[in-house]
Ligand binder design. Structure first.
Ligand code: ADP
Ligand code: ZN
Length: 523
C-alpha cells in the first residue's frame, strides 16, 4: 500500500480509536487487507484482532461484513464502535423483523461502516442477496477455528462460508482466530479457500504470565494458600468443572476472607449478569466460574487465573489462562491437578456421544494437556510448541524456577503393571495400591490377594507416591481405566514393552504438596 494509505490508517487509529501506534502485526495486516488482499490472522486473545478488520473496513469503500458466532457479544461490539463514532450494526436472530429491515436498508444504501452477522444468518438467501446488491468493503471471519471439525467449537455453518469466495471473488476476506494449532490452521485455509491468503502469525507467548501446575491434594486449601501467599487483594478467576463446585469454592473463599463471586450457566440470568458486572467493576474480587465465563471478558487487571480441575485441551487452558495479565503486568496461571482429573476426563470422553474418530481427537487433545502437566521441562516451551512455535526455557514457570526432580521409574512402574495384571485387571486404583503396599484389608483377604507374589512389593512407597506414579502412567497411556467395569485398571498395548523390560520410564518425583514457594513475580 502506498504511503498515503498508511497515513490514513494511522490517522484513523489515532483519531477514531485513540491509540498512538499499531501493535504487533496490525499495521501489516491493515495494509494488506486495505489493499484488497486476503489474510489469515492468528493472534492470541487480547492481541488486538478487531482493529485488523475495522480499520480496513473504514478505509475501503462499502460496508465491512463481520461474521461472528458470538451473538451475545454483538451488541457490546456495536456499542463500542458507535461510541467512537463508527456506524455499526448487527443482524441476528435476537432482533425484530422491523429492526433487521432497517439495518438491511442501511447496508444497501451504504450508510453504515460495519455490520456483524451470525453465520447462519449470512447463509440465508435473503442475506446473500442483500450483500450482492450492496457495496462490500471486506468480509471478516471471526473465530475462524469454528470451521474445524476437530476443534471444540465446531460450527457446521462455518463450512459453508466458502461461498463467500465463490460469490464475491473480488471482496477481500480476512479470517481471524486465537486458537489454531498447525492442523487447524491448515483446515481453515482449506475449508475457507484461503490458499492464496497471506498468513500473519503472532507469537502466542504471554511472557508476563507465570505458569504453575501443582499436584492436587486438597485443591481448595491449596488454592487458598496460593491466593493468600501470592495474590492477596488481587483480582482473579478460578475455574471449576461443575456448577456445584463453583458455588462451593466461592463459599469457601468467602468464609476464608477472600471476596468471591460465582458464575455458571445454571444461575438465573440476572444474578449471573450482576456478578459479571461486579467482577468487571470492582477491585479485590475473585470470580469462581465454569468455562461459561470469560468469552469477551476484557478486564485488564486480572492478576491470576486458577484451575481446580483439568481443562480438556491446551487450547482451552491457553484461552482461560490468557485472561490473566492483559495489562502486561505480572500475572499467574495456577492449576492443581491429580489422578481423579485424569480419570474423570478420560471417562467424559468415553461416555460422550462422539463417534470413534472424534473420541480419538478428544483423547489426543487430552494427552497433550496431560503432557503439559507432567512435563519435566519448561511449561512455556511445551505450550508454545503445541501452537507450532519454537522457544527456549522461559525462566518464569514453575519447572524453570524449581526444576522438578525426575527419576528412573521403570521398576515401580513394572511393579504396578504386574499388580494390575495379577489381580486380573479387575480392580480399581485404590485396591491395586493396597495390594502393592501390603495392606491386609477385608477385600484383599476375600480375594486372597495377600498370597499374590506382588503383595507388599511396594511397601517402600506411600499411598500418595503410588497415586502420583499411577497418574503419570495413565497420562502416559500405559494404563486405562475401564468405566464400564468398576473403574478397574487395564493394561494397554504400550505397557507390554515396559513390562517385558525393554523400555525405561522416566517419572517426575512426587513432591509433598506443601505451600507453593515459587518466588513472587516482581512488580
Ligand atoms: P482480540 O479480539 O484479539 O482478543 P481486541 O481486538 O478485543 O483483541 O483487542 C484487545 C484490547 O487491546 C482492546 O481493549 C483494544 O482496544 C486494545 N488494542 C488493540 N489494538 C491496540 C493498539 N494498537 N494499541 C493499544 N491498544 C490496542
Ligand atoms: Zn519455563
Amino acid at each position: 500500500m502506498n504511503q498515503e494509505n498508511q497515513e490514513r490508517a494511522l490517522h484513523l487509529l489515532e483519531t477514531v480509536f485513540g491509540y498512538p501506534a499499531f501493535r504487533g502485526h496490525q499495521a501489516e495486516i491493515v495494509d494488506h487487507v486495505s489493499n484488497g488482499g486476503d489474510a489469515l490472522v492468528l493472534m492470541p486473545t487480547g492481541g488486538g484482532k478487531s482493529l485488523c478488520y475495522q480499520i480496513p473496513a473504514l478505509l475501503r469503500d462499502g460496508v465491512g461484513v463481520v461474521v461472528s458466532p458470538l451473538i451475545a457479544l454483538m451488541q457490546d461490539q456495536v456499542d463500542a464502535l458507535e461510541e467512537v463514532g463508527v456506524r455499526a450494526a448487527f443482524l441476528n436472530s435476537t432482533q425484530t423483523y422491523e429492526e433487521a429491515n432497517r439495518i438491511e436498508r442501511l447496508v444497501r444504501t451504504g450508510q453504515i461502516d460495519l455490520v456483524y452477522v451470525a453465520p447462519e444468518r449470512l447463509m440465508t438467501e435473503r442475506c446473500l442477496n442483500l450483500f450482492q446488491d450492496s457495496k462490500i468493503a471486506l468480509f471478516a471471519i471471526d473465530e475462524a477455528h469454528c470451521v474445524s471439525q476437530w476443534g471444540h467449537d465446531f460450527r457446521p455453518e462455518y463450512i459453508r462460508l466458502s461461498v463467500l469466495h465463490e460469490q464475491f471473488p473480488d471482496v477481500p476476506r480476512i479470517a481471524l482466530t486465537a486458537t489454531a494449532d498447525p492442523q487447524t490452521r491448515a483446515e481453515i485455509v482449506h475449508r475457507l479457500q484461503l490458499g492464496d491468503a497471506a498468513q500473519f502469525v503472532s507469537s502466542f507467548d504471554r511472557p508476563n504470565i507465570r505458569y504453575q501446575i501443582v499436584e492436587k491434594a486438597n485443591g481448595r486449601k491449596q488454592l487458598l494458600d496460593f491466593i493468600t501467599t501470592e495474590h492477596t487483594g488481587d483480582c482473579g478467576i478460578v475455574y471449576c468443572l461443575s456448577r456445584k463446585k463453583v458455588e462451593e469454592t466461592a463459599e469457601f473463599l468467602n468464609e476464608n476472607g477472600i471476596r468471591a463471586l460465582a458464575y455458571h450457566a445454571g444461575m438465573d440470568h440476572a444474578k449471573r449478569a450482576a456478578n459479571q458486572a461486579r467482577f468487571l467493576r470492582e477491585e479485590n474480587i475473585v470470580m469462581c466460574a465454569t468455562i461459561a465465563f470469560g468469552m469477551g471478558i476484557d478486564k485488564p487487571d486480572v492478576r491470576f487465573v486458577c484451575h481446580l480441575d483439568l481443562p480438556k485441551s491446551i487450547e482451552g487452558y491457553y484461552q482461560e489462562t490468557g485472561r490473566a495479565g492483559r495489562d502486561g503486568g505480572p500475572a499467574s496461571a495456577w492449576m492443581a491437578y491429580g489422578l481423579q482429573d485424569v480419570v474423570l476426563q478420560r471417562r467424559m470422553i468415553d461416555e460422550s456421544e462422539a463417534d470413534e474418530t472424534f473420541k480419538r481427537v478428544l483423547g489426543n487433545k487430552l494427552d497433550a494437556m496431560l503432557g503439559l502437566c507432567e512435563t519435566l521441562s519448561c511449561r512455556r516451551v511445551r505450550l508454545l510448541d503445541y501452537f507450532g512455535e519454537q522457544s527456549g526455557p522461559c525462566g518464569n514457570c514453575d519447572t524453570c524456577l524449581i526444576p522438578p526432580v525426575s527419576f528412573d521409574g521403570t521398576v515401580p512402574v513394572q511393579k504396578l503393571l504386574s499388580a494390575v495384571y495379577r489381580v486380573d485387571q479387575r480392580f480399581a486404583a485404590g485396591h491395586v495400591i493396597e495390594v502393592l503396599r501390603g495392606v491386609e484389608t477385608d477385600r484383599i483377604k476375600t480375594w486372597h490377594h495377600d498370597s499374590l507374589s506382588v503383595f507388599g512389593i511396594g511397601a517402600d512407597r506411600s499411598e500418595h507416591e503410588w497415586r502420583a506414579i499411577l497418574r503419570q502412567m495413565i497420562a502416559l497411556g500405559l494404563l486405562t481405566v475401564d468405566h464400564e467395569q468398576y473403574s478397574s485398571l487395564k493394561l494397554t498395548d504400550a505397557a507390554r514393552p515396559v513390562l517385558k523390560g525393554g523400555q525405561k520410564v522416566q517419572l517426575r518425583q512426587y513432591q509433598k504438596p506443601v505451600k507453593q514457594k515459587t518466588p513472587r513475580a516482581s512488580k
